[in-house]
Design a protein around this ligand. Structure first.
Ligand SMILES: *[C@@H]1O[C@H](CO)[C@@H](O)[C@H](O)[C@H]1NC(C)=O
Ligand SMILES: *[C@@H]1O[C@H](CO)[C@@H](O)[C@H](O)[C@H]1NC(C)=O
Length: 248
């Protein structure tokens, strides 16, 4: 429950630089187990166009010799985490706001979202900002939740998973409401914690990238969602997951 667990990354240009790299998903076979690794090969060469045949020849050249490889990351599993309120961060409800805030699109990488919650009602919201290029896959969006995609490379679904951006645990809905949920007065749990639930930027739009499933959140899905979020045109990416190791 540390405030630092809500990571809002601003300055997408830095991210773009970081992610303008060649990502390869390389299957390796050991005793019949197929594992996914993320092979980082540095920045894209300038003006390079990625085609299927280029991808195939790149994979063929990397597999036997690992030439030109900067690092290889195993596809690990992370678990969802959560955060404290904005008041804890000295960011009160009556903080001065600007009109620009309604043009902000916050991309959230988590367990998905329940749009039936008042935090995500689109009452008073106009159509998505013109710059928006995202889509809603197997999901009904509204003018508050303007994008929704899901990522499960390798298809590790459990029976409890819903194969759409719909939330299954509530974690994604909870923590998306902390980032950009509408103000909801009289929120409480059986009278406890009575107050106004609200996001840091309540007038912002939300784009959901579901990367966390019953079995956890995998590196490859997180990276694919980062790529998609940047291409879709989000302004801020928020992710709140961690590995068992860092909690100890
Ligand atoms: C929204 O839908 C989910 C899943 O059906 C349900 O668990 C949740 O209680 C609903 N929330 C509201 C506010 O209706
Ligand atoms: C779409 O979502 C529903 C549940 O909301 C799921 O049962 C179905 O498999 C999904 N379809 C696709 C093509 O992913």
């Amino acid at each position: 429950m540390k405030p630092s667990n809500l990571v809002a990354i601003k300055g997408l240009s830095h991210l773009l630089q970081l992610l303008t790299c060649i990502l390869l998903l390389t299957p390796s076979f050991s005793k019949g187990d197929r594992k996914i690794y993320i092979v980082y090969m540095g920045k894209y060469p300038k003006d390079m166009e990625i085609t299927d045949s280029f991808h195939t020849s790149m994979v063929q050249s990397v597999l036997p010799r690992k030439n030109g490889v900067v690092s290889v990351i195993p596809n690990r599993i992370y678990n969802v985490e959560t955060s404290r309120s904005w008041d804890f961060l000295n960011f009160p409800e009556n903080v001065p706001r600007t009109n620009l805030e309604s043009d902000i699109i916050v991309g959230v990488l988590d367990t998905g979202i329940w749009t039936n919650s008042s935090s995500f009602s689109d009452e008073g919201f106009g159509p998505p900002p013109q710059k928006w290029k995202g889509t809603c896959n197997n999901f009904t969006c509204n003018n508050k939740v303007i994008g929704a995609k899901y990522f499960c490379i390798g298809g590790n679904f459990e029976p409890e998973d819903i194969i759409s951006p719909t939330d299954t645990t509530g974690h994604g809905s909870h923590y998306t409401s902390i980032a950009a949920g509408n103000p909801v007065p009289n929120a409480n749990l059986f009278g406890l914690g009575l107050g106004t639930a609200r996001g840091g930027v309540p007038s912002a739009c939300i784009a959901v990238y579901k990367v966390c499933w019953t079995s956890g959140c995998r590196t490859a899905d997180i990276l694919a969602a980062f790529d998609a979020a940047i291409a879709d045109g989000v302004d801020i990416i928020s992710i709140s997951v961690g590995s068992a190791g860092h909690r100890k």
